[in-house]
Design a protein around this ligand. Sequence first.
Ligand code: C2E
Ligand code: MG
Ligand code: MG
Length: 576
Amino acid sequence: MRIAAIAFETQEAMVVTDARNRILRVNRAFTEVTGYSAEEAIGQTPNLLKSGYHDDSFYLEMWHALQEQGHWRGEIWNRRKNGEVFPEWLTISTVRGSRGEPTHFVASFLDITQRKEAEEQIEFLAYYDSLTHLPNRRLLNERLDKALIATARHRRHAALLFIDLDNFKTLNDTMGHAIGDQLLREVALRLRDSVRSNDTVARLGGDEFVILLEELGERPHEAIAQVEHLARSVLAVLGQPHRFGEISYRCTASIGAVPFRGAGQTVESLLKSADLAMYKAKEAGKNALQFFDPAMQTEVEERAVLERELHQALDAGQFVLYYQPQVDRQGRLFGAEALLRWQHPTRGLVAPGAFIPLAEETRLILPIGQWVLEAACRQLAAWQAQPETAGLSLAINVSALQFRDGHFVDSVARALSATAAPARRLKLEITESLLFEDSDAAIERMQTLKRKIGVGLSLDDFGTGYSSLSYLKQLPLDQIKIDRSFVSDIGSNANDAAIADAVIALGRAFGLTVVAEGVETVDQRDALLARGCDAFQGFLYGRPLPIAEFDRLAAAQRDGRDSIQASTAAPVAAGT
Ligand code: C2E
Ligand code: MG
Ligand code: MG
């Protein structure tokens, strides 16, 4: 009994329970670890210590092992009297009576908090940089490996950015390593704040950092633009002055970038490419971004030039509207769509496809769209004054960004009243993409435009988006335009013909006018006529024209012929 009593008082905490799991006895180590005295514990069950970290199945398995094998051993999280949860290494044995029935359970455990902390510390040192607490090269390599596999599977791009601080060595040498370390920690924080939580910022050593961006776009130029955007904001954020006591220090960096997707690359080749690109950025004068791929670099540089020029184009009066005729079933001209052109001093006439996406990205589409709106209203008013054009309507394209802008409805009202243009002759062409975000607000806005202001609403490029029919029904539309892609093969592709049929039937059912875009041949026109299409627009009737030419066309139609002669001439490329 004495020996047993001494053995019971070991370093390990011990608990003895009866067959119903009531605590009969605990030792001193138990009280030290859990905070419960013997008086508090006896009579209770070990549930007293339950942390809530494990689910029922965990305890069921434990009981099962005790019944079947007579013992259980493992790691478990329990709760001390003061509420603190801690890890313990627990061993439980079943004591059986003469007939083999369980009479007692004896449990002993060690508090392994410290061991756990040590393990975590070791793991941390293996994968993280101790100065900045960013992932180190080893963890970066693992994540890069995973990113290579992931991009091959889901088709989205990822990108590696190699960042090297400019003139870090000079700072380190002149101000001392303590300041150098402080700067590196500060840079780490700023980089971390510049990316999304699923991106990785790592430090390779010295003043070399790497950002791994994941889940970028599927299309290459989309990914390039995203990388450029992030790199620019990183350069801006790093360029903010750093304060070290009295001293203010401005730090710049050079960035090399490699967007990638899928197989054909290795972790090593990517790091090497990004590193090389970073050196090119240094050579180019530092504080710069350089893509590894020269084609990507050219794209980025051209875009930067275009963006600068686009900023000035409005003030320089370089935008013009071209007017493309729209005709009814008899071929009579009833209106036009205004299509934007950029009269560029050196590039010549630039089609909207080349600059509208950039204008949207930079939000320049807002002032540009405003200009289009005002110019179109002025033109409508001018047409009213001439008998040969008095009845014409004019459609303009409205970008989703513009439509979502809080002032849009007011702008339309103001442009109409300032020019005295008739609202019912103005048509706004919108696309389905506009309806995705915040659709209730969009519908309300459309209703105001239509009911209060009295302009017409047309759904452009119909068939290319994903509108549901029930949704379409809620929209106060006047018109839908069948997208050019279905018109072009209407004679030869049964699917396209079926879509045209469906769109026209849909328009009928909802009481909407159906306009076909991109009608280039008599065959296409005939196929559309036969299906009941209401109106036509396309090279067959006329390309987008400067206003003087369009007015001549309108006058000629009124004078002599009562319909635009449909020419069978071969279609010419769009954009002029
Ligand atoms: P959209 O509104 O669908 O305009 C129709 C496009 O098809 C125009 O291209 C037009 O020139 C072209 N097109 C017309 N008939 C034919 C044809 O028979 N064959 C062929 N191959 N093409 C034809 P454009 O002028 O290059 O405009 C492209 C797009 O740019 C427009 O597509 C519209 O989404 C956008 N856009 C044009 N002007 C503006 C504007 O002022 N603001 C905004 N936000 N977007 C505009
Ligand atoms: Mg349009
Ligand atoms: Mg269209």
